[in-house]
Design a protein around this ligand. Sequence first.
Ligand code: ADP
Length: 259
Amino acid sequence: AQAALFQSQKMETVGQLTGGIAHDFNNLLTIIVNNLDLLTRSVTGARETRLIESAQHAAERGAQLTQQLLAFSRRQPLQSALHDPVRLIEGFETVLRRACGEAVNLQLSLPSRISMINVDGAQFEAALLNLVVNARDAMPDGGDLTIAIGETNLTEDRAAIRSIPAGPYVVVTVKDTGMGMTPDVASRVFEPFFTTKEVGKGTGLGLSQVYGFITQSGGHIEVDSTLGQGTTITMLLPAHGEGQETGDEEQSDTVRPAR
Ligand code: ADP
């Protein structure tokens, strides 16, 4: 529990630091992008146009990175709404399968009925995609990737170690049979810019973005990994009563009170 507490305080501090930098950087990038836009209107030469386009491309890439940092540091507002997590995943299945490639065997283990979660749907999809891409990268020669959804009721003590309130949670697990991680790597994966991938391949921002999204949504994320065997990422998100076929909450008596 002590280690978990220390970890979350550290992440809080790192979040404040990177959030401030990302915010200022974003403002600077906005100036660069706007000025380049103005330039393209007066410049006619082919070479100059190419140079400006290349600078625009770099500025856009920079903006993407600062967006990821802002997502991690909780400075990006979330558009949260009640979603059925099973439907979110089913609606995103094609993209996930494409990201897996040929070698990885993706299995979805989805229940027919599940509680709703109050999340930003686009961020939920982005988080899943990040996890799937990491799993694929961990299985260059192929393997099994399972995305499963379940539910759990966290007791006071099981919730306290995770620094979240007790109560019902939807559990999303992403499990691969890839290369796994050493305990040292596993303890650092949520830190922004931590990557073991070669330069140009990894930014080290994927899992920080997922971490920011999950904690900002009132949830918890943990990693369980064994070197040479595989990795399981578990995400807990507060459950908000049963999913509705009609979406009409008021007429139903099966809906548990929203927390
Ligand atoms: P990136 O993918 O750009 O490196 P991430 O924040 O997504 O950034 O991941 C950080 C690091 O965590 C990765 O470089 C890798 O070492 C490790 N990692 C993440 N997911 C997995 C996984 N499924 N299996 C093994 N290692 C992983």
